[in-house]
Ligand binder design. Structure first.
Ligand code: PLP
Length: 407
């Protein structure tokens, strides 16, 4: 796909028919596939023939037609040559890192990333593989450059960092990575459509489909979007981590995710509009709010330069309640006193989800790492939903802030 408008590419891709002419894709439930011409079996195992290159489907842990089809939609969404899906975002992220690194290799990563990814790089990989990571402030280009060694195999950042919502300068980071001959890997979970990392220079884009793309907090999934060669290497029957480690997406999940992609643009816009409106009102009230759509955000200008104009500034904001007890009191009042959202981890749901990051989704990080990443003890991450009316939600939020002494 060479159009720069992902929505048009997706519409074109959706204009295909299911097995019996259905408007939705068919779910291929088979775990194994008939090789009609037995002589092609060795070529398929050797990777010389595949579903699109004179071979056929083989086995459900390898390519499955329904998951393959969703992969094509995600490749169109991100503007990459190819994509494939996994059972979770962590399945996608760990497969990419394991594909790029061998024992003793090195990674440079942002010091502010999802706690699970931080734990994978900081603890799990060194213990199991000897792959070590240097964590840096990825908004400091000189620090990123200085951290790269001749053993570094990838540069890893999040498009908007979890939970501090710092925006990655993807073109600048891509230039540094490419100068060093390594790929830039971007986790675009927080900003599908808002940012298109591959168009901005990233080589590999990973997603947790569990979040905005899934949109209903009812499934777990992940995806890797990259060159056809890289996706083929992940799926290599003998060496590919998505094949060997087996974080396989179920085809029923793939069909379900595909049902949500057509309204992803509408949902991202709705999340962004509501987030901006609430953030503006919070700022006007004097609450310590951070949202990349506000001019006061340190990366506002950067985001204005990089983002697609049609899908807002993202669906997350943070507010600093000062300390953990006040943060808990605020969330308790919002959820149990006003029916404003849920105290729950995750994001991209149609209702607001809120959590205190330092003791939840970033709890893998010790105090010094939390401090370095500016994840304050009272920081409340709000993944803003679009249910109800703005006035109703603002009334609830304002009342809860007043009740907890924050406004
Ligand atoms: N990337 C980011 C930015 C996340 O916030 C998360 C989960 O919260 C993940 C990846 C992991 O995704 P999953 O839970 O689908 O494995």
């Amino acid at each position: 796909m060479d159009s720069s408008n992902p929505v048009e590419d997706l519409a074109r891709l959706r204009h295909e028919f299911g097995e019996h002419g259905g408007v939705n894709m068919s779910i291929e439930a088979s775990s194994t596939f008939t090789v009609v011409d037995p002589a092609t079996m060795p070529d398929i195992f050797a990777g010389r023939k595949g579903p699109d290159s004179g071979g056929c489907y083989l086995y459900g842990r390898h390519f499955n037609p329904t998951v393959y089809n969703l992969g094509r939609q995600l490749a169109a969404l991100e503007g990459t040559e190819a994509a494939y899906c996994s059972a979770s975002g962590m399945g996608a992220i760990s497969a990419v890192i394991l594909a790029l690194c061998n024992a003793g290799d090195h990674v440079v990563a942002s010091h502010t990333i999802y706690g699970g990814t931080w734990a994978l790089l900081h603890d799990f990989m060194p213990a199991k593989t000897g792959v070590k990571t240097t964590f840096v402030d990825s908004n400091n280009v000189a620090a990123v450059k200085a951290a790269i060694t001749d053993k570094t195999r990838l540069l890893y950042v999040e498009s908007q960092s979890n939970p501090t919502l710092r925006v990655a300068d993807i073109p600048a980071l891509a230039a540094i990575a490419h100068e060093a001959g390594i790929p830039l890997v971007v986790d675009n979970t927080f900003t599908p459509l808002v940012l298109s990392p591959a168009h901005l220079g990233a080589d590999i884009v990973v997603h947790s489909l569990t979040k905005f793309i899934g949109g209903a907090s009812d499934l777990i999934g992940g995806a890797v979007c990259a060159s056809a060669d890289f996706i083929a290497s992940l799926m290599d029957l003998h060496t590919g981590p998505l094949m060997i480690l087996g974080p396989t997406m179920d085809p029923t999940v793939a069909a379900s995710v595909a049902q949500r992609i057509p309204h992803l643009p509408l949902r991202m816009k709705a999340h962004g509009d509501r987030s901006l409106a609430l953030a503006e009102r919070l700022a006007a009230l004097g609450v310590s709010v951070s949202y990349p759509g506000l001019p006061a955000h340190p990366d506002h200008k950067l985001l204005e330069r990089l983002r697609h104009p049609d899908f807002g500034h993202g669906g997350l904001l943070t507010l600093d309640a000062g300390d953990e007890d006040t943060a808990m009191a605020l969330m308790n009042t919002l959820q149990n006193g006003h029916q404003f959202g849920f105290v729950a981890v995750s994001l991209g749901y149609f209702d607001t989800l809120m959590s205190c990051s330092a003791t939840s989704t970033s709890s893998e990080m010790p105090d010094d790492a939390l401090q370095e990443a500016a994840i304050q003890p009272g920081l409340v991450r709000m993944a803003v939903g679009y249910t109800g009316t703005l006035e109703q939600r603002w009334g609830q939020l304002k009342a809860a802030l007043e009740a907890t002494g924050l406004a």
